[in-house]
Design a protein around this ligand. Structure first.
Ligand code: SF4
Length: 332
């Protein structure tokens, strides 16, 4: 393995975590993410090929990136996805290879994904009640999603398995205790994520955000919680149930930003490097990749882009502008 200088941004933060969106397409239509009719999808030619993704990941691994998360849209809708996982798992330096999925296709793919090298999985589930799940995702798919979760849980080598629920005011208040019971009765780590201004409808407003603190208070009244020390670069505040029955987490990018020690960058499905979830600027990697750029030329492009990484997001501040690209085309 070629070892290159570690990758730092202009604020002295070392970058070691890469999120790769492998497709902008999704088989769900979650209200907080995508319009009912979906979005105009990228053309096949615009999407990075497996070999191109592999090359970018290999270069970043040589610059010290160790954690790789695969996202979408919904990554499991990408044809031959397990083959890509195997290619990436073979890259020296990648120590952690995880997946974010809505689990609709997980029952079908779980064995192949584990064999290919997936070590951690985050499953997006916003309600444990079938009708409310349908209401939010516009898909009557909860039973199949839960079967997918069980399928991956049958692999003890895949841990932790996290269940992420987007928190919406006027909806998630009723989900807080059912999810707390779910966290207490299973080995899954449940986390609530505050609704962020990255929706396809561009209808986000601060009053739709149900904060992590509010959900925690609902749960704490019934099941007292105590906070676990925060790990470096962590996005979630994790709490134990005082009676020892499991953990639950809160990802609060709007009310309690965690940007100070951010170590993350993102690669979009069409080959753009995003240095922050809320970046208004992107760096095109696809053009130089397809124009025959050398590894050294790509390294320079990557370093220059990362050096300009944003210190933090400005959600809720005067002058905040929602990025043109929505969450489904960025990936979590
Ligand atoms: S908002 Fe941007 S800077 Fe803040 S934690 Fe997320 S990616 Fe990092």
């Amino acid at each position: 393995m070629m070892v290159r200088e570690p990758l730092f941004d202009g604020h002295g933060r070392r970058i070691s975590d890469l999120r790769v969106s492998v497709t902008d397409r999704c088989n769900f239509r979650c209200q907080y993410c995508m319009p009912a009719d979906g979005l105009p999808w990228l053309d096949r030619e615009e999407i990075l090929r497996f070999e191109e993704i592999e090359r970018v990941v290999r270069l970043l691994a040589e610059m010290g990136v160790t954690d790789l998360r695969l996202t979408g849209g919904e990554p499991l809708v990408r044809r031959e996805f397990p083959r890509l996982v195997a290619m990436l798992a073979a890259i020296p330096g990648i120590e952690d290879l995880s997946l974010t999925t809505n689990a609709y296709l997980l029952e079908r793919d779980a064995d192949a994904l584990v064999e290919a090298g997936i070590t951690r999985v985050n499953v997006s589930i916003d309600s444990l009640q079938r009708d409310r799940f349908f209401q939010l995702t516009r898909r009557d798919s909860l039973p199949r999603v839960l079967r997918g979760l069980e399928a991956i849980a049958r692999h003890p080598e895949v841990r932790p398995i996290k269940v992420n629920a987007v928190a919406l005011r006027g909806f998630t208040e009723e989900e807080a205790l059912p999810f707390a019971e779910f966290a207490r009765s299973t080995s899954y780590q449940v986390r609530f994520i505050e609704f962020m201004p990255l929706d396809g409808d561009r209808a986000w407003s601060r009053d739709q955000v149900l904060t992590g603190r509010e959900i925690r208070e609902i749960i704490d009244r019934v099941h007292p919680l105590e906070e676990r020390p925060r790990e470096p670069h962590a996005t979630a505040r994790v709490f134990r149930f005082k009676d020892g029955r499991g953990e639950i987490g809160f990802i609060n990018p709007v009310s309690e930003p965690f940007c100070a020690d951010c170590n993350r960058i993102r690669l979009t499905a069409d080959g753009k490097l995003r240095t922050c979830l809320f970046s208004l600027h992107e760096t095109d990697l696809r053009t130089p990749l397809r124009a025959g750029a050398s590894d050294e030329e790509l390294e320079t492009i990557l370093r220059n882009a990362v050096w300009r990484k944003e210190l933090k997001h400005h959600v809720g501040e005067r002058g905040f502008r929602q990025p043109p690209r929505s969450m489904s085309a960025i990936g979590g």
